[in-house]
Design a binder for this molecule. Structure first.
Ligand code: UD1
Ligand code: MG
Length: 460
């Protein structure tokens, strides 16, 4: 049984500190807007705060002008500008007027993006209204140390720069994440002083104030150590990216997806998979992607906002964006499928074929070197190599319609708007500018001639 505290069911505010400059990123972008899995770090933290059911979320920003509030605009969060930055205590103080007085406030950090919901839920249900997330590190250098009394109760936090040798030897450190009653937080912040080595208002000083008032501090450790890692430079950003990706890969594998190599897998969005999906190395998934049962994705594919139904095979180096692909299709290698494309069952799209805003019916094939844009293609159609839909006249886009069973000879240009009738055959090398009737052969090329006495020019 977990011990409940009276605050556990009460209102929760989340204050996210994100005012730091991020000097070591050497970037004109505020640090917290650098991305993990294609999404700004601070957005990960906001999403986690939401999952906890936070009522008020306030982001403290500073560097980078209005970029942070602009990016998070419309997410129902408030913002507090902290200028100048006088320390973590000062940062929280800037935000407190923006959040509800009731219940508790949880402090999170915009540059600690992988903090997990489970860990935070354990912190929120700890045995005291004041919960502190701590971690033991082999090398605690740079962190605030957790100082405990002879009974093992948290007594205070001392920053490395203010610590004595005995304190420096402590390996339990402050992650910075804490939850405490908002009313008390506000009162204690008002009493903070900056008479320390760094001349800053330390949020961590509220710990000793709570202890002085007889409020016990509960400590909780994260489920995974990486949840509390912060990003200060681009090497750490890449490190957290890989940790996050490995985590996503592991979730997929445990749900039954085969990844040829989880270290060469990238997800920047959401990926839902049916049974027995196989994903080869170096694939990137963006936006919302669904892969049906037994779908196979070859190496080096980029797939964004797509639904791919069961048994379809995507061969290597294909690029799919904004498409619905039915079951048992064969795509690629080297296919490019662009937005608003719908492929019917058993369609084949081969190498160096580009398709945009087109519907292609069941069993139709475009196997080599074609551009199909703004087209409606029926079922059982064969599009020969090098066929181009000329969809653009310089001002407007026009549609090409190819009815069921048509056969388009190689190297044909279909100048839209144009319709190719049912079961029509278009002779290779044609430029079709008018509708081709159903059945029969339509072609538009000059007759082949032979000039027997013609002489090839010769060099002198
Ligand atoms: C802080 C903690 C330390 C803890 C460590 C964990 C204090 C005094 N110390 O130290 O105990 O071990 O985090 O990483 O809290 N920020 C602002 N405004 C400010 C100052 C900081 O928004 O005025 C933000 C920063 O952007 C950053 C976070 O707060 O996201 C932590 O600030 P930082 O200066 O890195 O604190 P540390 O010295 O590392
Ligand atoms: Mg820090």
């Amino acid at each position: 049984m977990t011990i409940m505290n009276v605050y556990e069911q009460s209102n929760l505010n989340v204050i996210i500190l994100a005012a730091g400059k991020g000097t070591r990123m050497y970037s004109s972008l505020p640090k917290v807007l650098h991305e993990i899995a294609g999404r700004p770090m601070v957005s990960h933290v906001v999403a986690t705060a939401r999952e906890l059911g936070a009522s008020d979320i306030c982001v403290v920003y500073g560097h980078g002008g209005q970029k942070v509030p602009e990016l998070l605009d419309g997410e129902h969060i408030s913002f507090a500008r902290q200028e100048p930055q006088l320390g973590t205590g000062h940062a929280v103080q800037c935000a407190v007027p923006q959040v509800s007085r009731n219940g508790r406030t949880l402090i999170l950090y915009g540059d600690v993006p992988l903090i997990g919901k489970n860990t935070l839920q354990r912190l929120l249900s700890a045995a005291s209204p004041f919960g502190l997330l701590t971690v033991r590190l082999q090398n605690p250098r740079g962190y605030g140390r957790i100082v405990r009394d002879h009974q093992g109760r948290v007594f205070k936090i001392v920053e490395e720069k203010d610590s004595n040798p005995a304190e420096k030897a402590i390996t339990e450190v402050n992650t910075g994440v804490m939850v405490l009653p908002t009313e008390k937080l506000s009162e204690w912040l008002g009493r903070l002083q900056n008479n320390n080595t760094q001349g800053e208002y330390y949020l961590t000083d509220v710990v000793a104030m709570a202890v002085n008032e007889g409020m016990g501090i509960a400590t909780v450790q994260p489920e995974h150590e990486w949840e509390v890692l912060g990003v200060n430079n681009r090497a750490q950003l890449a490190e957290l990216e890989r940790i996050h990706q490995n985590h996503l890969a592991s979730e997929l594998m445990h749900a039954g997806v085969t990844l040829a190599d989880p270290n060469r897998f990238d997800l920047r969005g959401s990926l839902r998979c049916g049974r027995d999906v196989f994903i080869d190395v170096n694939c990137l998934f963006e936006g919302d992607v669904f892969l049906g049962d037994e779908v196979r994705i070859g190496a080096n594919c980029v797939i964004r906002n797509a639904v791919i139904d069961q048994n379809t095979v995507i061969e290597p180096f294909s690029h799919i964006d904004g498409a619905r692909i039915a079951s048992s299709c064969k795509i690629g290698p080297y296919a490019r499928i662009r937005p608003s494309t719908i492929l019917g069952e058993k369609a084949h799209v081969g190498n160096f074929v580009e398709i945009k805003n087109a519907e292609i019916g069941e069993g139709s094939k475009a196997n080599h070197l074609s551009y199909i844009g703004d087209a409606t293609i029926g079922s059982g159609v064969n599009i020969g190599a090098g066929t181009i839909t000329c969809n653009y006249d310089g001002a407007k886009k026009h549609r090409t319609v190819i009815e069921d069973g048509a056969f388009i000879g190689s190297d044909t240009q279909l100048v839209a708007p144009v319709t190719i009738g049912r079961n029509a055959t278009i002779g290779a090398g044609s430029t079709i500018t008018r509708n081709a009737p159903e059945g029969g052969l339509t072609l538009s090329r000059s007759k082949q001639v032979h000039i027997e006495y013609w002489k090839r020019p010769r060099k002198e």
